[in-house]
Each structure stands twice: as C-alpha cells, then as structure tokens.
Design a protein around this ligand. Structure first.
Ligand SMILES: *Cc1c(COP(=O)(O)O)cnc(C)c1O
Length: 515
C-alpha cells in the first residue's frame, strides 16, 4: 500500500470502479460506485407487503416494468454514504483557506441549538400561534443585525448572499420607481466585484458599467465621479464590496457614498466580507442603503457547508418601506407574520417562506455565545491570521497590493511562478496532495492568476504555521524547477484533473444502466 505525503495510506489512481468489491471493507477505496451500481433490483432493504391495488384507481396507468431502484440493506446504504463523506474535503478535517468564503469552524453549540425541536421540527404552514418562539428568535436576530450595522430595517427572507443582492436591488428599483425615476438604467460595479454583483444588476435589467481599480487594489473614486457625471440622472446604484475582494478596506467609501447620494442614486454594499469588520464598523455609518449579510460565512457555518445559506438584507431608512413581505410584527407579547399589506410600497414577495430557520438559529447562537467582545475579537483574529500568512508567505509569493496590511484575506498573484512552467491551477492541485483545500483561484480578476487566501479566525498559530510551511515548501520547489510535482498533481486524490467545463456543459443527470 502506498502512502501519500502526509503519511496516509492511499491506493493507485487506476483502480477501476467496476472492480470494487463492496462486500470488503472499502473505506479506503478511491472510487465509490453509484448506489445503482452497488445495489440491484432483485434485493430490497425492507420487507414490503404485496400490495393489491384496484386498477380502477389507476385508470390504466399501472407501472408495467420494474422501477430499477437499487436494493440495499440499511448498513450497505449507510456505508455507501459514509464512504462518500470520507472523500469530502471539509473544514472539520483541515484548514480550508478558500478566499471570500469564510470557511470558519462551526461551533457545535450552534448545531445543538439548530437541532432543538422547536426550531428544527416546525413547518412553515403551522399556525403562527404555535411558532411564537421561533418568530421571537428571528426577531432577536433581526435586532442584532440592525444593531451591528446601524441600519433601520432588515429583510430576513433572502436565502443566500446572491439572493440578498437581488432583494436589496429590488428595493432600490422600487424606491426609484416610487420617485418616478424608473428610467435610471445603469449600475456601477467595480472591476474587483464578486461575479454575483453584475449578474444581479443584469438580471434586473440594468446595464452594468465597470469601474476600474486603483494601482493599490481599491476603487478609483474619480472614476466613480466621472461615471456619475457622464451618465447624469441615469445611474440607479453602485454595488460595492467592502472590505473588497482584494482583501482591502475601501478607504474612500464615505466619499463614494456621498457622490452616489448626491447623484440621486443608491449605495448597495456587498457585505459578504462582514467577518472582517463585525463589531468594529457599522456599515450604516458609511452611508450604505442596502447590504446583504452572509449568515453562512460570517455567523457560523462555512460557505457551502452544512446545507443552505441565508442572506438577510439590512436597509436604510430610505429603502425600509420597500422591503419585501413577509415580515414579523410585534404587538405586545404577540408576534405575527405579516404576509400582505394593503397600500404598502413593499416590492412584494421574494420567497415562499420566511428564510432559513436553521441558519438563523446558528447565527443567533454564534452572536449570543460570542457577545460583543467575542464578535469583535473574532474579526480582529480573522484579520490578524490573514496578515500572519501575508507576512510569512510574501517573502516568496508575490502580493500585488502587499505594501499595505490586508483585512481578512490576502491576495497573491502568480508572478512568483513566472518561468517555472507552473500555473496557479497547478499550484492549487499540488496543495490537494498536501491535504489542503486550495485557496480561491483566478478571482478577483484584477490580477493575473489570483490566489486568494482566507484563513478565518478559527485557525491556531500552529495550524497557520503548518499551512505556511507547506506553502513555502511548495513555492520553493516550483521555483527550484520541479514543475512535474505540480503539473501531474493531484496524485493522491481519488480522481485527478477532471474536465470541469465538459461536466458543466454536458452534465449527465440520469443514470442509464450500462452507460
Ligand atoms: C459569497 C459571496 C457572495 C455570494 O454569496 P452566496 O451565499 O454564495 O450567494 C457575494 N459576494 C461576495 C463578495 C461573496 O464572497
């Protein structure tokens, strides 16, 4: 049995999946076949009685052939999923420095709270009188979100960051229409923006006007002012991320907000990176009109991990009347969920039900267990950890905007790999062989071969040092001319370089026997 570089046993990549003998302990086999390939239609995991259905009920639509469902016993089925889970890279298994995703530790206390049956087992269509506790929990979370941002309102409906952007921009659109300015058709979006920002603006029918970055990675204020002058009366909003996706705090954010407001437009702030400033900066004080907060990322639950997300949107006084329904109303001790309001300026309904209860519970649990001092400490530690990585790696790695401290994440480019035959992609693949999930790559687009590293506050100095040692060892090996280690990587993953483009363009969504 061969070993990988962290001393774990592994197997050769070429063991074909159809040779897997699933009756053996297959925990370490690299390729897990589909349930359909393991099970067969002749077996069934449970004893089902023969059902005699009067065919009159089915009006001639009775199934004629077999359903082709895989038959497995409960342990066989369980083992399949446990084996699959072992193929997952996760924050619970090691550092996961995926920039802009805030892959932080999910405190188990928050998981315990989310599983309380008064939150976990309720149904959205239950009578409101029977879910008063859940509504109170949502109200309390809403209060703290407004408190942390110093804003006047919050919509709890959006189910993720991008959905929050849609919500905030729909409120802006409704506000402009209410002022008779629905003709404003342009949204300014800095070059370093997350892809969801221009996508949201375009989805709502806006034209996206790109704003260039300064040489130091921040937004060029004069370019914002020029764009406002050029398109007088026609700009609806700016969508600005702060801290931005180069990991930098926008120093001129107040100037930008003032210019936008003077032009009669609104300031949408992408707050996905709130983890770096929570408890320290109130975005409301910076002049924002709308900002989504990624509860996943900032307040427990890593991005993409542990199920759904939630992207509540805080709103300024000017936008508050346009918030969507439903919302919670408190009347003495009674809480009600307002689903319809006559004569309201609300832009309507964004989602069927009111947000993601599990995410709400985890986030409130995170806030209450951390307290004000703990929340600010988490932000300080997230920034400190990123700057520690910056300080250790910048001796070899090239940080294009490195002459200033970073916030919660540090951006490198691939200049240090020039002439080595190794690209950012190759480097990332070699990190997999070292047991790490790669950093965010090729984003933001403002630098060549971006490597965006966000350690979060979860990592100890020991784990940061382990990560930095391995990263420096890899970089020095690439520079020393050992390109093969990178271009052939990953060697120890169950599968190596997959054709992701083909998979995205021609996804196989159906299992066909023998295909
Ligand atoms: C993660 C992220 C988003 C989108 O959030 P989702 O929950 O993935 O929709 C938007 N902007 C930035 C800067 C982000 O990091």
């Amino acid at each position: 049995m061969s070993m990988n570089s962290t001393g774990r046993p592994t197997r050769a990549n070429d063991a074909p999946s159809n040779e897997v003998d699933n009756l053996k302990n297959a925990a370490l086999l690299p390729n897990e076949p589909l349930l359909f390939e393991i099970g067969d239609i002749d077996h069934c995991g449970v004893d089902l009685p023969d059902v005699k259905i009067d065919s009159e009920y089915l009006s001639g639509f009775e199934r004629e052939g077999s359903l082709d469902l895989p038959g497995l016993s409960e342990p066989e089925c369980l083992r399949h999923y446990v084996r699959l889970s072992r193929l997952n890279m996760s924050i619970d298994a090691g550092i996961y420095p995926l920039g802009s995703c805030t892959m932080k530790h999910n405190p188990r206390l928050n998981e315990k709270m989310a599983r309380l049956s008064g939150f976990a087992d309720i149904h959205p269509l239950q009578p409101v009188s029977s879910v008063q506790g859940a509504l109170e929990m949502i109200e309390e979370l809403a209060f703290w979100l407004m408190e942390l941002t110093n804003t006047d309102a919050v919509s709890m409906s959006p189910k993720a960051g991008a959905h929050g952007e849609l919500c905030g921009m729909m409120a802006i659109k409704a506000a402009l229409e209410a002022k008779g300015q629905g003709y404003r058709s342009i949204v300014l979006v800095p070059e370093s923006a997350h892809g969801t920002n221009p996508a949201t603006a375009a989805f709502l029918g806006y034209k996206v006007r790109s704003i260039p970055a300064n040489d130091d990675g921040t937004v060029d204020v004069s370019a914002v002012i020029d764009a406002l002058e050029e398109n007088a009366e026609n700009v609806a909003a700016i969508m600005l991320t702060n801290p931005n996706t180069c990991g930098l705090f926008e120093p001129d954010v107040i100037k930008i907000a003032d210019a936008i407001h003077q032009a009669g437009a609104y300031f949408y702030c992408d707050g996905a990176n709130f983890n770096a400033i929570m408890g320290l900066v109130c975005p409301g004080d910076l002049g924002i009109d709308a900002m989504h907060i990624n509860l996943h990322k900032t307040f427990s639950t890593p991005h993409g991990g542990g199920g759904p997300g939630a992207g509540p949107v805080v709103l300024s006084e000017a936008l508050a009347p346009f918030a969507p329904v439903p919302f919670i109303k408190k009347d003495g001790a009674d809480l009600s969920l307002i689903e319809h309001v006559d004569d309201s300026q609300s832009f309507g309904r964004l989602t069927a039900f009111h947000g993601q209860i599990g995410m709400f519970t985890r986030s409130l649990s995170f806030m209450l267990s951390h307290g004000k001092d703990g929340i600010t400490q988490a932000a300080y530690d997230a920034v400190l950890n990123a700057n520690y990585i910056k300080a250790r790696l910048e001796k070899v790695f090239t940080a294009p905007f490195g002459n200033q401290p970073c916030m919660h994440e540090i951006l490198f480019d691939e200049t240090f790999l020039d002439g080595t035959g190794v690209s950012t992609l190759d480097f990332a693949k070699a990190m997999i062989d070292e047991g790490f999930h790669p950093m965010t790559m090729y984003f933001p687009l403002v630098v060549k071969g971006a490597m965006l590293i966000e350690p979060t506050e979860s990592e100890s100095k020991k784990s940061l040092d382990y990560f930095c040692d391995k990263m420096l060892e890899l970089a020095n090996d690439a520079i020393a001319g050992n390109a093969e280690r990178f271009t052939q990587a990953p060697k120890y993953a169950p599968l190596s370089r997959l054709d992701e483009t083909l998979a995205a363009r021609q996804p196989k969504l159906k299992w066909i026997k023998g295909d």
